[in-house]
Design a protein around this ligand. Structure first.
Ligand SMILES: NC(=O)c1ccc[n+]([C@@H]2O[C@H](COP(=O)([O-])OP(=O)(O)OC[C@H]3O[C@@H](n4cnc5c(N)ncnc54)[C@H](O)[C@@H]3O)[C@@H](O)[C@H]2O)c1
Length: 249
C-alpha cells in the first residue's frame, strides 16, 4: 500500500519541493498550508506525478486547525507514515529591541507552537499505529546565534529541543524524529527578499564557504532520505545543510 505524508507549509518553498520529491517515490501527500492558491498548486503537481494529494487549509498556530488536518488526513488516506513539520515564517529582520510584541507572538505561535501542536497530534497517531518518521525544519539560526533573528532563532533552537526530547520518550514506540537545519536557501520567500536587496545576497553568499545559496531541491532530497530511507538508526539528529556555513562559525 502507498505511504502517506503530511507536509505543513507545502504550498511553497521547501514544503512544495519535498512534496514533489516524495511523490516521485509514490508517496501520497496531505498538503497543509494557510495559502490556498499555493496548496492547490502543489496538489496539482503531485497528481501530475501520479501520487494522490489532498489540500487541507490550516493555520498551524491554531491547535484546533492542527487537530483537523491530522483527522482529515487519517479520514482520507487511512494512516500517517511520514510528517514534514515545516511551516514557518522568518519575521521582519529588525533588531530585537525594535521588534514589537505582536511580531514575537506571531513567530513563536507559528514556528514553535505550530510545530509542537503538529507533533502532539501526529505522534499520537503514529505511536498508536506502531511508529512513523518525522522531520522538523530548524535552521542555521537553530544551531548558532545570529543578529536580527532573536525570536526566530529562539523558535528554531526550540525545534532542535523538541526533536531530541521526543526521541527520548517515543523511540521505543517506533518513532524516528530528526531535524534539518538549512542555511539560506533560494525559496520564493528568500528570493524575493534578496532580489530587493542584491547587496545582502552578495554578502550572504560571501559568508558561505561554498559561495552560493542552497536550493529547495537539495533540502527536499535530504528530508526524503531522513523520512523514507533505510537509515532507520538515525534518530534525534539535526542535519545541517548549509554549504559549510555554520561549521565555519
Ligand atoms: N529558505 C530558507 O533560507 C530557510 C532556511 C532555514 C530554514 N527555513 C525554514 O524552512 C521552512 C519553510 O520555509 P520556506 O523557505 O520554504 O518559506 P516559504 O515562505 O516559501 O514557505 C513557507 C510556507 O508556509 C506557509 N505558512 C506560513 N505560515 C503558516 C501558518 N500559520 N499555517 C500554515 N502554513 C503557513 C506559507 O503559506 C508558505 O506556503 C520554515 O520553517 C523556515 O523557517 C528556511
Amino acid at each position: 500500500m502507498s505511504k502517506v505524508a503530511i507536509i505543513t507549509g507545502a504550498g511553497s518553498g521547501l514544503g512544495q519541493s519535498t512534496a514533489l520529491r516524495l511523490a516521485q517515490d509514490g508517496v501520497n501527500i496531505a498538503v497543509v498550508d494557510i495559502n490556498e492558491e499555493g496548496g492547490n498548486e502543489t496538489v496539482s503537481k503531485v497528481k501530475e506525478l501520479g501520487a494522490d494529494a489532498l489540500f487541507i487549509k490550516a493555520d498551524v498556530s491554531k491547535a484546533e486547525e492542527v487537530k483537523n488536518y491530522v483527522d482529515k488526513t487519517v479520514e482520507h488516506f487511512g494512516s500517517i507514515d511520514y510528517f514534514f513539520n515545516n511551516a514557518g515564517i522568518s519575521g521582519s529582520g529588525k533588531y530585537f529591541l525594535e521588534t514589537d510584541i505582536k511580531e514575537i507572538e506571531q513567530i513563536v505561535g507559528i514556528n514553535m507552537l505550530g510545530a509542537l501542536y503538529g507533533l502532539r497530534y501526529v505522534a499520537e497517531v503514529m505511536v498508536k499505529n506502531g511508529g512513523g518518521s518525522i522531520v522538523n525544519t530548524a535552521s542555521s539560526a537553530g544551531v548558532i546565534g545570529q543578529d536580527t533573528v532573536v525570536t526566530y532563532s529562539a523558535t528554531k533552537h526550540g525545534i532542535v529541543g523538541m526533536t531530541k526530547s521526543l526521541v527520548a520518550e517515543y523511540a521505543k514506540d517506533g518513532l524516528r524524529v530528526n531535524a534539518v537545519a538549512p542555511g539560506p536557501t533560494e525559496t520564493p520567500m528568500v528570493k524575493a527578499y534578496f532580489d530587493a536587496n542584491l547587496e545582502m545576497k552578495k554578502n550572504a553568499e560571501a559568508g558561505i564557504p561554498q559561495k552560493r545559496l542552497g536550493t529547495a531541491d537539495e533540502v527536499a532530497e535530504l528530508v526524503t532520505f531522513l523520512l523514507i530511507s533505510k537509515a532507520q538508526y538515525i534518530n534525534g539528529d539535526v542535519i545541517r545543510i548549509d554549504g559549510g556555513f555554520t561549521n565555519t562559525k
